[in-house]
Ligand binder design. Structure first.
Ligand SMILES: [Zn+2]
Length: 90
């Protein structure tokens, strides 16, 4: 199920908010899902999604992890991590 869109500003940690906002500004979509939310990449076919924890133990780590995974997009057509190719959940 796909949740409603949420705003990066709704996140309680500043570092995570900043990471989210940068991506949303680039076209990523943030939706209410799971423990807090999930980011969907803007490329054709939507190759990557990233889970966003609402209460990360380490907000700095969480923000860096989101930025690192966002760098995957766009994944090549045959990359096994693509969500359309078997369900990447990161
Ligand atoms: Zn992508």
């Amino acid at each position: 199920m796909v949740g409603r869109e949420v705003s990066p500003a709704d996140h309680q940690h500043k570092e995570v908010r900043q990471a989210l906002k940068q991506l949303v500004d680039k076209g990523w979509v943030l939706r209410k899902e799971g423990h807090w939310g999930r980011l969907y990449c803007p490329c054709d076919g939507g190759c990557t999604s990233i889970s966003v924890p609402g209460t990360p133990r380490d907000p700095h780590q969480a923000a860096r992890r989101i930025e690192r995974r966002a760098a995957w997009c766009p994944l090549p057509e045959d990359d096994p991590r693509r969500i359309s190719g078997g369900g990447v959940v990161v």
